[in-house]
Design a protein around this ligand. Sequence first.
Ligand SMILES: *Cc1c(COP(=O)(O)O)cnc(C)c1O
Length: 404
Amino acid sequence: MSSSVIDFLATERRLGTHNYEPIGVVLSRGEGVWVWDTEGNRYLDCLSAYSAVSQGHCHPKILAAMVEQAHRLTLTSRAFHNDQLAPFYEEIAALTGSHKVLPMNSGAEAVESAIKSVRKWGYEVKGVPDGQAEIIVCADNFHGRTLGIVGFSTDAETRKHFGPFAPGFKLIPFGDAAALEAAIMPNTVAFLVEPIQGEAGVIIPPAGYFTKVRELCTANNVMLVLDEIQTGLGRTGKLLAEQHEGVEADVTLLGKALSGGFYPVSAVLSNNEVLGTLKPGQHGSTFGGNPLACAVARAAMRVLVEEGMIENAARQGARFLEGLKDIRANTIRDVRGRGLMLAVELHPEAGRARRYCDALQAKGILAKDTHEHTIRIAPPLVITGDQVDWALERFATTLTQDFS
Ligand SMILES: *Cc1c(COP(=O)(O)O)cnc(C)c1O
């Protein structure tokens, strides 16, 4: 069947599992901050595939690296060495200041891998009695969709009817250092947390929170695991969001933009003996660390730095945030963000954020609601000042629109 006669939405409804509720647009092409639908309409992408396309759609240098590598060698499995893995290790370690790297594919796999390795570290290094390791996590967290991870979610939809779940996780409120202090027990091996809670609606913790968290983790020999899958790699205007807080995690998780959206690539980075506890046969992934993934990730990291995308995220993020704050609309309850990780929270009376996203689509902007009343804004980090201003005009008219 030619694409012009397929009813994409009807076919997706008929054959696809309905585990998403997409905006009604069918995209067929992307370049930089722009995407085009099958009818040729152009949109500014203000989601960037949940920050995976930070380098912009179809970045030519990442594309070239991918094509070149795909012609040479794509997959060896880790049963053999390949000539892309070591350079990937060198470059990601130099970029992030890490000492050990574990390459995986999806973000959720990186989280699972971190959970496995901090538990192992707990038993073999910290001396926690076998089977007793505890990991502290935050309410409203988002760390992915595997069974292990959804078991410690606090979102009802995420968990409901997927149990039974694995034990060993303790929930505390986000942004509350006293709660962490009270929750740490002799068997606590790690605190797993997002520097800014993305899916929860771009929730920024109070100033000084992470300084205190770092102190508590160090004092109690608890591994601080920062999930930077969304916040990392320039999204917040620094390479890692932890740099805003002046702290260093023991374990850092990267994914999403690590491939610039070309391929699923994630990594667990550690600064200490945590990843050293994994021995042959104890963990793995057929695709993890494959040469195609490594070549793509190397190019994705290179363009991020060489093309000044991190500094641009800081500059354009500040411009975007200021412009959003200048919009006078009684629909707006709060505007917040760091770098190009932004959100507009609407008053509940303004109705669901989804209808504002639909209205933005009609004006040439694709954004996605989260948690009913919040519009998240996260364009590619290559956005220009003019494009920010273009977007702001459209946000202003949409947020002041009368839907009644
Ligand atoms: C997206 C995301 C994940 C999960 O990544 P997947 O590639 O979808 O498995 C984990 N943590 C955070 C903070 C994320 O934003």
